[in-house]
Design a protein around this ligand. Structure first.
Ligand code: MN9
Length: 307
């Protein structure tokens, strides 16, 4: 049974990568190491088997093995949200039931995608999954799956189990509006790592994203700046993070993150095809770019990369 309420799920939440070995098997011991690394460096929770976690390259058994391993390793230290999205309500329900039994604190899903589902289909998809377990549901609005409009989001938020929204869109005015309208107990998570600072300023309760695998510590400082109303300090840290992200996004994503985590001294596993796994030398130009960012901002924040 979860000891966290939905309102306890806040702060900096890595959308966890899935870690594979060189033969592309799910690497559960690497996954366990990464759980400790992220918690030790400020992670306030985990978001598992989502798009950053390459969930659509994995079968249900593999997704569940990640969930079980992480929930056990976390051992109640922070809450765990499990993304159960799939194109097939029954498949998602099975993943949701597993997440509940494994001890997750919330479930989440992208809308069904690929075929152009109607708003009514999408509504029913969420309703059916949300009603299949007692866990709260975090709706996930993301361009990759086709952004849902405001009417649909508001309709979904009326479902009692729908208690949060992960909002990976750049229209922060809408995110702020939703927070205002849905109230303090409806949790909103800003999903663009490039806009974490502005997302938090717009009223988001937390941030869920890919780069928090790499430097949750830097984003914890950004969160603190917001809490202290230090606009200049927060903007400076966000700019540093942004320049790193813009440089990293010139490479295959999220594969590049595994390589960058290695710079922090972590054995951070490999990607699964068709995601590419970089050799160290293929990322040397990126390292040079990051050195320049460090010099430009005269910052010690990027010393973590050993540059
Ligand atoms: O919502 C992630 N979105 C996608 C989470 O993967 C599309 C973000 O964390 C981005 O990866 C990040 C980089 O653009 O903001």
């Amino acid at each position: 049974m979860s000891k966290f309420t939905m309102q306890d799920i806040k702060g900096v939440i890595p959308a966890m990568l899935s870690f594979f070995d060189q033969e592309e098997n799910v690497d559960l011991s690497c996954t366990e190491r990464m759980v400790d690394f992220m918690i030790d460096h400020g992670a306030d929770g985990f978001y598992l088997t989502g798009s950053t976690g390459a969930c659509f390259t994995m079968n249900a058994e593999e997704r569940n093995s990640v969930v079980k391993t992480v929930v056990q390793k976390v051992n109640g230290r922070v809450p765990v949200i499990v993304h159960v999205g799939d194109i097939g309500t029954k498949k998602s329900i099975e993943l949701a039931k597993y997440a509940y039994e494994a001890g997750a604190d919330a479930i989440s899903s992208v809308p069904p995608f690929y075929w152009k589902f109607s708003k009514e289909d999408i509504y029913r998809y969420y309703k059916d999954i949300a009603e299949s377990t007692p866990l709260p549901m975090v709706v996930y609005n993301i361009q990759l799956a086709g952004l849902m409009d405001m009417d649909l989001i508001l309709r979904l938020s009326d479902l009692p189990q729908v208690q949060g929204l992960k909002y990976t869109a750049r229209s922060h005015d809408e995110m702020g509006y939703l927070k205002e309208k849905l109230g303090k107990d409806f949790m909103i998570y800003s999903g663009c790592d490039e806009m974490a600072f502005s997302g938090l300023c717009a009223g988001a309760d937390g941030i869920i994203g890919s780069f928090y695998n790499l430097f949750p510590d830097l984003y914890k400082k950004i969160l603190k700046k917001v809490q202290e109303s230090d606009i200049q300090g927060g903007m400076k840290l966000q700019k540093i993070a942004d320049e790193v992200i813009f440089s990293a996004l010139k490479y295959d994503f999220p594969s590049v993150l595994h390589g960058m985590m290695r710079w922090r001294g972590l054995e951070a596993g490999y990607s699964r095809r068709p995601f590419y796994t970089y050799k160290a030398e293929e990322l040397s130009a990126l390292k040079e770019e990051i050195k320049k960012i460090k010099e430009k901002y005269q910052t010690t924040e990027l010393d973590i990369f050993g540059i």
